[in-house]
Write a protein that binds this ligand. Structure first.
Ligand code: UGA
Length: 442
């Protein structure tokens, strides 16, 4: 099929590349000339495992192209994907200006039947708004607007795209639903379902999925907080409940709160949508409140440990800056908040992350930049520190280290926001180890 993807951000680039890899002819359009020039050179601007080889192959074999010119790309396409940014607007609802601006340009370009797909996460009713905008300049027989939400996880996006657990297609016409089903069939050969529904249900499905997952994590974070107070261990509770298939084993890991570009924004947006329709979605309100508190919970543990909120003269190592492993994305990363809190209490930091030092430097405050030394391997972040603070569970932090901390650190004290180490090993290694929802090792 001839596909056009408008917007070469994270979702657009992954979708365009994976569609091209599965044999479609894909043209990616972006207004950013420099970005398009880079992409044409074969440079992938994001860190996403597994993307680069299939990107390079698809370009080499002529199935993946990049342009700043929307006109021809839209006219020739069977399906046009809108993969445009929908950042949170001032009122908590997603800002649709990019989507609506592109939608406004599509109508005059349509010559044959074309399906326009919203892949961005958009408020309920956006497919109708996009349809109305296009219909101002094009006959209604020429196109349908479909909602096809994305369930990719950063760091696992290629795998998630190639082998989705489900594909959701919101279409108010049979013809559009059939075309979309044909496009996605190669990705669900294992028997996973393509679920078709109306556009509004599909739009809400995306928000409901992310809000449910954020709630699940937050629930476990609260159980962890209770564990700390009653002397239980959240690892045991997790295993005890996760084996109930109605609850499930995944997404039950307590930590220092969820971050990223999706959960925080989508939880806020579904709350806003409910409010607009006269419904107070109370549970997600609590989820947001608890998550904000959880992000700096580790700093309160440090205060309790040292018996002061004045950390002047102290230096802390920080392992992990990105909001989760396998990405350089630091949006809403707990590390940003933790660094700010520690520096505001007078601490100096030595920070290491395998991928996210550059993005962290761009996003953090001048105060944090001045108080932080960034180093290029995890060991350097242990030199002469008072304690290590672990914010992201990169695999390289898990491996050998717990047994050696006592030798490598001046003070073997670890505040672990991601529960990387076994408590018995930490005890045997002779370190002070304070994690989340588990007894302290002293
Ligand atoms: C999330 C969803 O998982 C995707 O399905 C969705 O497509 C995507 O948002 C989106 O809307 O685009 P992502 O934000 O990449 O994907 O990351 P996740 O792997 O879901 O992690 C989100 C946050 O939850 C991270 O901060 C992670 O550390 C935290 N988390 C996750 C926990 O604290 N505990 C867990 O057990 C799992």
């Amino acid at each position: 099929m001839n596909l056009t993807v408008i917007g070469t951000g994270y979702v657009g680039l992954v979708s365009g590349t994976c569609f091209a890899d599965s044999g479609n002819d894909v043209t990616c359009v972006d207004i950013d000339e420099q970005k398009v020039a880079e992409l044409k050179e074969g440079n992938v601007p994001i860190y996403e495992p597994g993307l680069e080889p299939i990107f390079a192959r698809s370009i080499r074999e002529g199935r993946l192209r990049f342009t700043t010119e929307m006109e021809q790309a839209v006219t020739e396409a069977d399906i046009v994907f809108l993969c445009l940014p929908t950042p949170p607007g001032g009122d908590g609802q997603a800002d649709l200006s990019a989507v609506m601006s592109v939608a406004g340009q599509i109508g005059p370009l349509l010559e044959d039947y074309t399906v326009i797909v919203n892949k961005s996460t958009v408020p309920v009713g956006t497919a109708d708004r996009v349809r109305d905008a296009i219909a101002e300049e094009a006959s209604e027989e020429l196109f349908d607007v479909v909602s096809n939400p994305e369930f990719l996880r950063e760091g696992a996006a290629v795998d998630d795209f190639m082998k989705p657990e489900r594909v959701v297609i919101g279409a108010n016409s049979e013809r559009a639903a059939e075309l979309m089903t044909t496009l996605y069939e190669p990705f669900v050969r294992s028997g996973n379902p393509i679920i078709t529904m109306d556009t509004r249900s599909s739009e809400l499905t995306k928000y409901a999925a992310n809000a449910m997952l954020a709630t699940k994590i937050t629930f476990m974070n609260e159980i962890a907080n209770i564990c700390e107070r009653v002397g239980a261990n959240v690892d045991n509770v997790r295993r005890g409940i996760g084996t109930d298939s109605r609850i499930g084993k995944r997404f039950l890991f307590a930590g220092i709160g969820y971050g990223g570009s999706c959960f925080p924004k989508d939880v806020q947006a579904i709350h806003h949508t409910a409010g607009e329709h006269g419904y107070n979605f109370k549970i997600v309100d609590s989820v947001m409140e608890v998550n904000n508190w959880q992000k700096t919970s580790i700093v309160r543990k440090m205060e309790a440990h040292y018996g002061t909120d004045d950390f002047s003269g102290m230096t802390f190592g920080m392992w992990g800056l990105s909001f989760k492993p396998e990405t350089d994305d630091i949006r809403e990363a707990p590390a940003l908040y933790i660094a700010e809190e520690l520096v505001s209490r007078g601490a100096k930091l030595i920070a290491y992350d395998p991928e996210a030092i550059g993005t962290f430097k761009q996003a953090t405050s001048q105060d944090v930049l001045e108080a932080t030394t960034f180093v290029h391997n995890q060991k350097e972040a242990l030199d002469d520190i008072d304690a290590l603070v672990i914010c992201t569970e990169w695999n390289e932090f898990r491996r050998p280290t717990v047994d050696n901390f006592a030798d490598e650190m001046k003070q073997p004290v670890i505040f672990d926001g991601r529960n990387l180490y076994d408590l018995d090993r930490a005890r045997k290694a002779g370190i002070t180890y304070i994690s989340v929802g588990r007894p302290e090792v002293n």
